[in-house]
Write a protein that binds this ligand. Sequence first.
Ligand code: ATP
Ligand code: MG
Length: 439
Amino acid sequence: MSHTLQAVRGMNDILPEDAALWEELEETLRSWLRSYGYRNLRTPLLEPTALFRRAIGEATDIVEKEMYSFVDELNGEALTLRPEATASTVRAAIQHNLLYGSPQRLYYLGPMYRHERPQKGRYRQFHQVGAEALGYAGPDVDAELLLMCARLWDDLGLSDIKLQLNSIGSPEERLRHRAELVQYLQAHEDVLDADARRRLHSNPLRVLDSKNPQMQAMIEAAPRLLDHLGEASLAHFEGVQQVLKDTGIPYSINPRMVRGLDYYNLTVFEWVTERLGAQGTVCGGGRYDGLFEQIGGKPTPACGFAMGLERLLGLMQESRAREPAAHCEVYVVHQGSAADRMAFAVAEELRNYGLSVLQHCGGGSFKAQMKRADASGAVLAVILGEDEAASGEASVKHLRVAREQVRVARSELPDTVSNLLYVDEGQEAVSELAQPPLN
Ligand code: ATP
Ligand code: MG
């Protein structure tokens, strides 16, 4: 017996009703990124597993337990569905020598894969948009990335997304802090949970990131990495903050924020909201000056961020009334063999004018076709019957307001349709109608 197949758990179908908002968000994101000079980079969804192990770090949640990794049975290659795209971006930049001669501002937008427990705002296939400024030592570019985010919240009409900032210094500074931290954690071993005990030696800084309430008091009093920063790191941190102050972007310093990936140094940040429950981090990012070398490239400073589209959409849906789903403007109804043939030409001609047109397919009575036209949400029906076909004309009926059906010569159809569409929207700009192409 066969049973119905379903999508993989934690991986969502995005149905047309919701996809309209996705498309709108993606368009906003692309034009926002372009406005800061970021260019699109598209890398494969599958990468060598070694890329993520080396870039993200062995002792991280992602590499320890969240990756979709498998061996390609055909050639034995170890592959992983990308859990994030900074590593892929850097890999591509090295492979194609993208930074030869000049730094690059690049962005990606697409699905990521992590084997996490699915819940609201947390999925196994989710989507990120990310910006990566490669070859910039900052702190100017770090600050610019933060300004970009602030502008996006504005563009999307989102408020209550707060910036948390920290500096995790250089690897040497972290090492000095680490020794002190391990000692402190060992002295408080009785309050450490299982995760923290495991991390105590592999990745002690991550213990400070724990949300376990039983450990908060201990974490609060732990030695702070910020207190171990040298002059250069402090100056960088100051530089970022100065721009934020100059441009009026509010932020708070969170000395315990370390981020879940090992490649960061100096600036790290998260944009957080309280309106999404437990999954409140909309965007995370920071500087990763060591990553190029770590995966075989020349030393190259870089900084970037990634944001989750599902979480952005969650905020968008909550913060504004749902707009009606985009629908077609014109529905072409036709009956009789001459009219049926004419329908194709008429529909194509209207599309030449930039109109969206649903041509009826599958035949049926006029009445049945008009019902479909109405249900489609189209504003106008263009009607082609035997009479219209014989006289080279077309009838137009408004489906949303009471108006006489009009009959016009085919040559006048585009104008008539446009007039009816725009006039009824209360717009006077009939003269700005799309012009047909010149050829
Ligand atoms: P979290 O703490 O929520 O697990 P993270 O630190 O693992 O986030 P990053 O790796 O920094 O997340 O990814 C950047 C952004 O991508 C997150 O802030 C979030 O908006 C989004 N994101 C990460 N994991 C998921 C997921 N499983 N489902 C949906 N969105 C996600
Ligand atoms: Mg995570």
